[in-house]
Design a protein around this ligand. Structure first.
Ligand code: UGA
Length: 440
């Protein structure tokens, strides 16, 4: 079976590569020539653990191709996945679908033989049906069906998530399309991974519901962390206790500086906008995005308070810039809100992140980017952890004690047991736990 993927962003590139690994002939198409040239030279446009090896292997074995030539790919395809970007539209909060419909328009005249066209990007409810109508109008005689197949990949774990998902959701409305989509995922169904077939709208809404629910869980535990701080409770223990209840589950109960990334903020906003457009009241969903935005600002204030109420002229070592570990992605990262506030308050910022790609971020003007932890901490009045990279989970405290000005660690990811930091003779400010002083 031949598969074409339109768009070589996170979703497209990972899906295409993994489908090639399943044994299909996969062509990944992108309009950005530079991206295709790089991929053809084994240069990955994103940092994703395991991706490069899998791309190189599948290209070498003749199952994975990268091209700008949509016409050549589409005519030969049994299945076409649309995996283009769906950014938040200006002012509305809704997903901007221009690239999805552009792709549908471009595919339509090129179709040959029965083809299933799949919306793989996260798209608002109703989009798959609109894609079908767009193609139908543009190519009335084409033999095709559409399907909705939302992705549930996490950046940093995307390969494992694709190869071993908890479920695959497929919205279809014809038996032919169902059969073809079944074939696409047969290597998963053989391993008894559930393929859930449903209608377009359910598939589309289930993706938004899943992301918004996880975002709600995070914002919930963040608010419990704030409460724990004012009453002497420990949020890590609370998360553990809650997680032992199978009805709650332990995942996504880790407090942090506010969720970011290309998905949760965008999807919670888009779901709220979708509800507002239809005059459905969703106060819970509205609150998730607004309280997350407020949290990022509150975290800057927390850092300033931990530094004695002012950071003017103080040097802060910032450890981590990306929205989470194991990615170079900066989209909606808490650091984009926190660092400008600290700078405005007069702090001198020195930042280390193993992978962050900050070339596009004007928010970091004036922030010194250094190549390692120790350099960042040289002369620092406080060390601030913003991202949970593994390398920050075992800081070289003895060495850092020699180079910092003040032994103060502010950890917005709760990476340490309280005792371990105080034994290392640092004061430790974390989330939802008491502030602790060094043990001598
Ligand atoms: C998320 C979902 O987890 C995927 O299932 C989904 O496919 C993807 O969005 C998408 O729609 O494409 P991702 O954005 O890669 O994946 O990242 P997550 O691991 O979900 O983390 C999102 C944010 O929540 C990060 O800023 C992370 O630090 C934060 N987070 C996560 C917490 O603060 N606490 C937690 O317990 C978990």
């Amino acid at each position: 079976m031949k598969v074409t993927i339109i768009g070589t962003g996170y979703v497209g590139l990972v899906s295409g590569t993994c489908l090639a690994e399943f044994g299909f002939q996969v062509t990944c198409v992108d309009k950005i020539a530079e991206k295709i040239d790089k991929l053809n030279n084994s240069i990955m446009p994103i940092f994703e653990p395991g991706l490069k090896d899998l791309v190189v292997k599948n290209v070498a074995q003749g199952r994975l191709y990268f091209t700008k030539n949509l016409a050549k790919a589409v005519g030969l395809s049994d299945i076409i996945l649309i995996a283009v970007g769906t950014p938040t539209g200006y002012s509305t909060g809704s997903a901007d679908l221009r690239y999805v419909f552009e792709a549908a328009q471009e595919i339509a005249p090129l179709l040959q033989g029965y083809t299933v066209i799949v919306t793989k990007s996260t798209v608002p409810v109703g989009t798959t049906r609109q894609v079908r109508d767009t193609i139908r109008v543009a190519a009335p005689k084409a033999d095709f069906d559409v399907a909705s197949n939302p992705e549930f990949l996490r950046e940093g774990a995307a390969i494992a998530d694709f190869m071993n998902p908890e479920r695959v959701v497929i919205g279809v409305e014809s038996d032919r399309a169902k059969e073809r989509m079944h074939t696409l995922y047969s290597s998963l169904s053989q391993r008894e991974i559930p393929l859930v077939f449903t209608n377009f709208e359910t598939a589309e809404l289930s993706k938004y519901a899943s992301n918004t629910f996880l975002a709600t869980k995070i914002e919930f535990i963040n608010q419990i962390a704030d409460l724990a701080e004012v009453c002497g409770a420990d949020v890590q223990h609370i998360a553990h206790i809650m997680g032992l209840d199978a009805r709650i589950g332990k995942a996504f109960l880790q407090p942090g500086p506010g969720f970011g990334g290309s998905c949760f903020p965008k999807d919670t906003r888009a779901l709220a906008a979708f509800a507002h457009e239809r005059h459905v009241s969703v106060p819970l969903i509205d609150a998730v995005d607004s309280s997350n935005e407020a949290r990022k600002k509150a975290m800057a204030k927390k850092i300033i308070a931990a530094c004695g109420g002012s950071v003017r002229g103080k040097k802060l070592a910032i450890l981590g810039l990306t929205f989470k570990a194991n990615t170079d992605d900066m989209r909606e990262s808490a650091s984009l809100i926190i660092l400008p506030i600290l700078k405005e308050a007069g702090a001198v910022l020195s930042a280390f992140d193993p992978e962050a790609d900050i070339t596009q971020n004007i928010e970091f003007a004036g922030v010194e980017r250094v190549p390692d932890i120790v350099t960042a901490c040289q002369g620092a009045d406080a060390i601030v952890i913003l991202t949970e990279w593994d390398i920050f989970k075992a800081l070289p405290f003895e060495k850092l004690a020699e180079v910092v000005k003040e032994r103060l660690l502010i950890d917005l990811r709760n990476l340490y047991e309280l005792d371990n930091v105080t034994k290392a003779k640092f004061s430790y400010v974390s989330l939802g736990r008491p502030t602790v002083q060094p043990k001598y």
